[in-house]
Design a protein. Sequence first.
Lengths: 265, 163
Amino acid sequence: MSDPDPLVGRFAAFREASIASTERPRVDALRRRVARRDATRTLSAALLVALVAAAVLWFSRPQPSAPPTTPPRASAGPVSAAPSAPAPSASAPAPSASASASTPSAIGATVPGGVAAFCARRDLPLVTNSDPMLPEYSDYFTHCPNARVRVYAMTYEWDPQRQQYALAHVNNAYLTAAQPSVARPVPTLDPISGACGYLTAVVVADVDPPATLPVAVTDAWDGGFTYWGQFKLGVLEQFSTFGKAADVASRPLCQPQPSGGNPTG
Amino acid sequence: MSDLDFAEFYAASFGPLTAQLHAFVGDHAEAQDLAQEAFCRAYARWHTIARFDDPTGWVRRVAWNMAISRWRRTVRLRRWQRDLLPSAQAGTEGIDPDLVAALAKLPRHHRQAVVLHYLADFSVHEIAEFCGVADGTVKSWLSRGRATLQGLLGMDEGEVASV
């Protein structure tokens, strides 16, 4: 038989003393504490829901237009030998195409004016492919799927009788998301035009391009881009082989021909 | 069960539970806070807990979990307080300060086993279930805890009964 455990008595005394000195709150106090806690919890939950709702509303509000951090396209790519003069997009005509202003796109956040302004652009940065014969607006129509852009693909060739470049071929078409390219006419590489130079261009326009290129255009330093701007034409791509009018006219094959005569090589 | 049933349960269980927690945490006021919090949680779920075979067991479990959790968080602070304020419990009237001080020096598991054994009247097996350990482990804790207490309280080895 083991000895009685003295710790039993010590702990029993401790329990009695501890219980005796314990101040037990009334049940009502407990109930009030639980009620306060429930109210606090409910209020916190409501505040949290309100905060989340406010955050959702804040982030889903229409974004104001911001200055572009990067342009949508830096250049037209290796489209022919077109000079790097500024495209006349700033003065481009109001588009005949209907732009979709509600297209979800990152463009809206990077271009002044948002998607609508981007879709109204008619300039070189919209050309994305590297084939100078088939300029495409791939990115453009991704962002503006409902747009229709009227373009002219044309060729100016030397006209010996007039001693200037005249419109030789022209195609006009509407570019759309389904058909984002237009065939550019192949210049007539006869001895005269081949030797005297020619110009091909694809422009966005609502009016027919001019019938001739004045001498001043061929002599201009920018190869005619300023000239297109006068007609509010957006040049998408351009290629020219002409020189200054006087130089061309001095070439044997490019001199004025007798009326009705056929040029010969 | 109604509020009245809860009141009876509360009146019968609050004191003993507070005494256990007091012995474990070494602070009577803190033990009361812990017990009160445990009973608040029980009150909020009383419609469920009242159907249990042993509602006291639920409250005890909650209170001890909170006590151990709080003890873990404040163990360093407690050591510092104990060194700085060795007589912090001296003002608690009628309570054996030597026993409280001796319990405070026991390792946590030893102290828990000793408190449950002497103040909750748990058997070795019940302590083992409560702590989630084997019976043999509890026997070891109890044996070492009692031996340490015996030494700290200046008791003869022969006075302490075997488990």
